[in-house]
Design a protein around this ligand. Structure first.
Ligand SMILES: [Zn+2]
Length: 138
């Protein structure tokens, strides 16, 4: 499983909302987050203004995709609707937290602190960033 880490990134046109830019990139298979050029901290979810320092110069870049499970929940669902699934908050190495889910492992086996890796998958209504256990974890 390879992930894109050196996607050429062009600045978001100011007239395009940050959310829309994120979605457009994601639909092309590119998972991008933002970084503030003033305070150098990473930003997610997409915004126009840095939540850390208030600066409005945010640049897009491809994160490593590496993260750790911060919290995890099993959502119960009937087998005929696809069975139970996992919902997790993931802390990316870059210092941002995002809600997603961890796949390729039993929903209840996802533990806090588990090392995970992001990937972009097709889902209903467009592409989605999900996570699976990083190599070397069961
Ligand atoms: Zn900032």
């Amino acid at each position: 499983m390879s992930s894109k880490t050196d996607v050429p990134v062009s600045p978001a046109p100011s007239e395009v909302g940050a959310d829309l830019y994120f979605r457009t990139q994601l639909d092309q298979g590119n998972f991008l987050i933002q970084r503030c050029t003033a305070c150098a901290r990473s930003v997610f979810y997409p915004r126009m203004i840095c939540p850390h320092c208030g600066d409005d110069h945010l640049e897009w870049y491809a994160p490593s995709g590496k993260g750790q499970v911060y919290s995890t929940t099993v959502v119960r669902r009937k087998a005929e609707h696809g069975g139970d699934y996992n919902v997790a908050l993931i802390d990316l190495q870059e210092g941002v937290r995002m809600m997603s889910r961890v796949e390729n492992v039993e929903p209840g086996a996802v533990k806090i602190g588990l090392a995970v890796k992001a990937k972009v998958v097709d889902a209903e209504g467009g592409k989605l960033v999900i996570f699976s256990p990083a190599e070397g974890q069961q």
